[in-house]
Design a protein around this ligand. Structure first.
Ligand code: 13P
Ligand code: SF4
Length: 354
């Protein structure tokens, strides 16, 4: 839907008033009405890398979800304040691993006698607590654009990986990109005693996958891929690695949101694409390339927007910018010092990956 011109003007005016005091970051899944005000847009990795790119900015307005704003706070100076325009913009996947559950899991691994061989690798889509756990136990963070490099690094440090919290990214990277077998992976269910696993299963596994998933990407199915191939002959299927294994195995290309954008930018006129990722991004790309003769469709019309990404809308952004312009610091995301120091260790290991 087109942006309300009055709100557009108010956002523009508040941003102009703030000048260099504000730095607006926008994830690719944000609405068009919001993304137009971002100084930097990116995938999770790029936004983590660039969060500290403007140290003179007192405020970082994060148009994305809670774990991204936390990571930006961890990676920026103490005098920079990170603001999330709607505090209800969480991530259901990140919520699937709590600090208590992960501590309990570590106890299970310790009792099985394998904790010393295990290196945790946590997806960016996790709370600061989980990142701190990861840093404390010698592990690294990864995103969908560097998961293979993170896993290669981890397997140089130890024999096994505990991958949190997205089972699909973990399994897809291990099996599709690194040649492991499905049998090398076990699924740890935090709602069952001992994760629902026997000591023998834990000892035999190379990849211990946390039972978490993305509620949006989890809805693309093998059937969606088969349907689109039948409907559009010659179509290229391009999906995000948060999709289920059978979807990723049936796709032609797999990668992060930034990879998806770059792939479509480089695609020749006349090519056809079905994209399995969040709808705001797919719509934007379909519109952007329509007049260049690139046909871009959504992989499955029954899948919806990410509802929490969508919580950041133009009214919330206007409210945040106007409040800051009036000197009211609202919706600050601040990670406590103890958590921050260990989480930062894990994030810096990711940023230092070759
Ligand atoms: P990327 O932008 O890193 O591909 O992440 C996708 C995502 O789900 C963020 O929530
Ligand atoms: Fe979380 Fe999935 Fe939404 Fe990304 S798309 S923020 S992983 S629920």
């Amino acid at each position: 839907s087109p942006s309300d011109p009055d709100l557009v003007e108010r956002a523009r005016a508040a941003k102009e008033k703030l000048g260099d005091k504000v730095f607006v970051l926008g994830h690719h899944y944000q609405r068009d009405e919001v993304i137009q005000f971002a100084d930097v847009t990116g995938d999770s990795f790029k936004l983590a890398r660039d969060a500290a790119a403007k140290p003179e900015a007192e405020y970082i307005v994060f148009c994305g979800v809670h774990f991204m704003a936390e990571s930006a706070d961890i990676l920026t100076g103490d005098d920079q304040k990170v603001v999330l325009p709607d505090l209800a913009a969480g991530c259901s996947m990140a919520d699937m691993a709590t600090a208590e559950q992960v501590a309990e899991c570590w106890d299970v691994l310790t009792e099985a006698g394998i904790a010393e061989q295990v290196v945790p690798v946590s997806y960016m889509n996790s709370s600061a607590d989980i990142k701190a756990f990861t840093g404390k136990h010698g592990g690294t963070i990864c995103t969908s654009s560097n998961a293979e490099r993170a896993l290669n690094w981890a397997f140089e440090q130890g024999e096994k990986v505990l991958f949190l919290p997205d089972q699909h990214l973990g399994r897809n990277t291990a099996v599709r990109d690194m040649g492991m077998s499905l049998d090398d992976c076990v699924l740890y269910n935090p709602h069952k005693p001992n994760g629902g696993l026997t000591v023998e299963q834990l000892r035999a596994a190379k990849m211990i996958l946390w039972r978490g998933h993305c509620s949006v990407h989890g809805r693309f199915s093998l059937e969606s891929v088969e349907d689109v191939r039948a409907r559009i002959p010659g179509v290229n299927v391009l999906v995000h690695p948060e999709c289920r294994h059978e979807v990723v195995a049936a796709a032609d290309y797999v990668g992060s949101t930034e990879y998806i954008i770059n792939t479509l930018e480089a695609a020749p006129a006349g090519s056809k694409w079905a994209i399995g990722t969040e709808l705001n991004l797919v719509r934007r790309l379909a519109n952007r390339y329509a007049d260049q003769g690139k046909e871009i469709v959504f992989l499955d019309k029954t899948v919806c927007f990410c509802s929490t990404m969508n919580r950041i809308d133009l009214p919330h952004l206007v409210w945040a910018l106007e409040s800051l312009a009036e000197g009211n610091l609202i919706n600050r995301i601040e990670v406590d010092k103890e958590t921050e120091s260990f989480a930062k260790l894990a994030l810096e290991r990711m940023l230092a990956l070759p």
